[in-house]
Design a binder for this molecule. Structure first.
Ligand code: HEC
Length: 203
């Protein structure tokens, strides 16, 4: 792993580490001395702004027509919202998951490693809503700012991503119509469903 990895716990002082432990779920601050790069705060804010907007749209759709109806709304609106946010902010924004529903939401190697670490940390007791990773990586000679923020499963997610007994009425049938390759069910409360992932060239 790149030595410039910056490890963070959202809204805590950043902790620096030369190895690959991510976002320790701790309030320890005494050794945190390095100033945080400004882009990290910006990425964190952008990554945090999209999911609540999407969830508001989904909640309205669920109220109107139930969760099975809302699946189609998510299918059309989620990529659109990510595109709009990308255009508005200059960051390339998308969602990825180790158990992806959208066939395109497959993580690349950096994202996969991050998601696997998030899973391990969550299993070890970390609060998924605080897990993030920020790093400048070199790809084909270009330095790229990369940021990921975990999306943990909340109660409201279970009707579309939970175990069979938790899925809303008609959800399983609708999912098999729209996402025949779906891997996005079977999740438990608190587990990491996936992540927001952002990237931007570092000039
Ligand atoms: C109304 C059903 C519904 C609810 C509620 C819902 N999702 Fe999803 N979710 C979907 C659908 C449908 C997709 C695929 C969207 C697409 O095609 O891009 C999806 C995709 C995702 C993805 C992108 C990766 C992938 O697998 O394609 C993540 C991450 C995700 N959901 C997390 C969550 C979280 C976290 C919650 C709760 C806060 C949640 N979802 C609530 C239906 C839902």
């Amino acid at each position: 792993m790149n030595k410039s990895t910056v490890l963070l716990a959202a809204s805590l002082l950043p902790l620096l580490s030369a190895c690959n432990a991510l976002a320790p779920n701790t309030t320890q601050t005494s050794t945190a001395t390095a100033p945080e790069a400004a882009w990290i705060g910006e990425a964190r804010q952008v990554a945090g702004s999209v999911p609540p907007k999407l969830m508001a749209v989904l909640s309205a759709a669920i109220q109107q027509g139930g969760p099975a109806h809302a699946i189609g709304v998510c299918q059309s609106e989620a990529p659109k919202m990510a595109r709009a946010a990308s255009e508005a902010t200059g960051w390339q924004i998308r969602r990825v998951s180790l158990g992806n529903r959208n066939p395109k939401a497959v993580p690349d190697a950096w994202e996969r490693q991050t998601l696997e670490t998030f899973d391990r940390q969550q299993a070890a007791g970390a609060d998924g809503s605080r897990l993030e990773r920020a790093e400048v990586v070199t790809e084909n000679g270009q330095q790229v700012k990369r940021y990921m923020r975990a999306l943990p499963v909340q109660a409201a997610c279970l009707q579309c991503h939970g175990t069979a007994d938790q899925l809303g009425p008609g959800v399983a049938a609708r999912l098999s119509e729209l996402y025949p390759q779906d891997k996005g069910t079977g999740y438990l409360l608190g587990q990491i469903r996936g992540a927001m992932t952002l990237r931007q060239n570092l000039q």
